[in-house]
Structures are given as structure tokens and as C-alpha cells.
Design a protein around this ligand. Structure first.
Ligand SMILES: [Zn+2]
Length: 284
């Protein structure tokens, strides 16, 4: 297909975006992602809530119609009974409807089916370029992978280094689906991982630089994590305002990029409408 035809096709049906937003906790990641509910041509947001972020969404002044667009799937994990990583792997690979209990976000939940508690349906292949899947957060999802491998062990137990490969492979399986963007848009939220580099040793040790990466398990994988996304946004405080950047030259020591050329640092406000612009030719 020639590039002109590709351009015309994209006007008919815009390609899906995959956006990574990372930054310190409390920096406004959840609020920023939830502004997507205010975009008229976004029909549905499936919010995979691993961090119990619903209070933030409820307190940001969204209208009833906007709140109704957000389908919250709460996925709470414990080391005693970890299920979130296996549930997510299934959600990202199954072509059919999955039934998840409302209370735990769990498939085939014994407790909820016994008590006849409500379930909700998820099917990734039913989502479109007018829908957004939010993962809140990728960092917590990595921890759920650790929980799965340390099932039943105490909270202070640490994952042996050789087992990290398994967690990284699970994350890769999910991220590859996001990277292909075949079905819907994705917004992945992440905490940040500061990485310090020193020169010299002992009393001559001097901090050379601090870099910030989206936190996703090992340092090596966190450094590469952004590669799965078409846009990578870093959020921080500027003055006393929540702000951010997305151009590759935004700031030394932070990883940012935007394949669509949106410069978050130049926007009048942090709002997802600038990242999902309406296209005239969008099919209803
Ligand atoms: Zn349940």
C-alpha cells in the first residue's frame, strides 16, 4: 500500500494510540488519564484499577455522562492469593468474552459465584479505536507478577534474581499486544524509577547523573519499557502546577517521546483531548 492510501485509510479509521504516562506518586497521572472521559468521540474507557484509584476519578468533577463512560475493573492482588497477573494475561490473549466478578476482578471467583454477586464482561477484541484501555499502573502489575511467583510467602520475601525473567516475559506478552494496537487505544500509567550513576569509589564516589524511567520491574526492563508505546509522557511539578513533557528533547535524564508530534510541555493544560484529536472523517 502506498503512503497516500495509508494516509486516507487513517482518516477513515484513525490508528490507535498507545500512551505511557509516568511520574512520581501524587503527580496527577490518574487525573490526567481520566480527562479522556471528556473527549466526545471517545465512547468507552475500560479502567483496569490495580491501585484503588477510583476516589481520584470521583473527585475530579466529571459529569454523570462522563463517569458513565468509565467501566472500572478493580483488580486487587495479595501475595496470599495472587490472581491479577494471570487474569491480565488472559484478558490480553482471549478472543472471547470473559466474566470478571465486580468485587475482585476475578474469573471464576468461587466466593462471588457462591454468593451470586454481580460480574462484568471484558473482551479486548470488542474494543475499537473509539475506546481506551487504561492500566493503572504497570508498576503495580509487575508487582502482581512477583506476587504470583511468591504465592503464600511473607511480604518481606524477595524474588530471586533468576525468577525476574518470568515476570518480564509476562509483561512483554501484555505490552506486545498494546504495541500492536490492533483493537483500542491504551494509556499505561507507571510510577517512576530513579537511576543514579556514580563515578569513582569509596570517598571519591561522586554522583554523575540521575535518570528517571517508568518503573516496570527490573532496571534493565524499565529502561526499555517505553519502546512499547508510541507516546511517552513524563509528569512532574513545575512551579506548584502539575505539568509534563513528551518531546524527545524535553529534559535531560527523563525518557520522553511522541511519534505523533504532540508536545505536552506546550499544552495549555494537561488534558487527553490533545492526544486524541478529533478527525473530521471519523466514522460513527
Ligand atoms: Zn469475586
Amino acid at each position: 500500500m502506498d503512503m497516500l492510501r495509508i494516509k486516507q485509510k487513517l482518516l477513515e479509521e484513525p490508528s490507535s494510540q498507545s500512551i505511557l504516562v509516568y511520574g512520581d506518586s501524587g503527580i496527577g497521572k490518574t487525573r490526567f488519564a481520566a480527562t479522556a472521559a471528556q473527549i466526545p468521540h471517545i465512547r468507552k474507557i475500560v479502567w483496569l484499577d490495580l491501585e484503588n484509584g477510583k476516589d481520584t476519578i470521583l473527585s475530579m468533577g466529571l459529569s454523570d455522562a462522563e463517569l458513565a463512560k468509565i467501566q472500572l475493573i478493580q483488580l486487587l492482588d495479595t501475595r496470599k492469593d495472587p490472581h491479577v497477573m494471570s487474569t491480565l494475561l488472559k484478558m490480553f490473549s482471549s478472543p472471547t468474552d470473559l466474566q470478571l466478578c465486580e468485587e475482585h476482578g476475578r474469573m471464576n471467583c468461587l466466593k462471588c459465584s457462591k454468593e451470586k454477586l454481580p460480574t462484568q464482561t471484558f473482551n479486548l477484541t470488542s474494543l475499537t479505536s473509539h475506546d481506551i484501555l487504561v492500566i493503572d499502573t504497570g508498576s503495580q502489575l509487575t508487582d502482581c507478577g512477583v506476587n504470583a511467583l511468591l504465592k503464600g510467602q511473607p511480604e518481606e520475601a524477595i524474588l530471586p534474581i533468576q525468577d525476574w525473567g518470568t515476570v518480564v516475559n509476562w509483561m512483554k506478552a501484555i505490552c506486545q499486544v498494546i504495541q500492536n494496537s490492533r483493537y483500542c487505544n491504551t494509556i499505561m500509567l507507571c510510577h517512576m524509577l530513579p537511576v543514579e550513576t556514580y563515578s569513582g569509589t569509596g570517598i571519591n564516589k561522586v554522583l554523575q547523573k540521575t535518570e528517571y524511567f517508568p518503573m516496570a520491574g527490573t532496571q534493565a526492563f524499565s529502561r526499555k519499557f517505553g519502546a512499547y508505546f508510541s507516546t511517552e509522557i513524563f509528569l512532574e511539578l513545575r512551579g506548584n502546577k502539575h505539568a509534563g513533557g513528551s518531546s524527545t528533547t524535553y529534559k535531560k535524564g527523563v525518557q520522553t517521546k511522541s511519534r505523533t508530534g504532540v508536545r505536552v510541555e506546550d499544552l495549555p493544560e494537561l488534558h487527553m483531548k490533545y492526544l486524541f484529536p478529533f478527525k473530521e472523517a471519523v466514522k460513527k
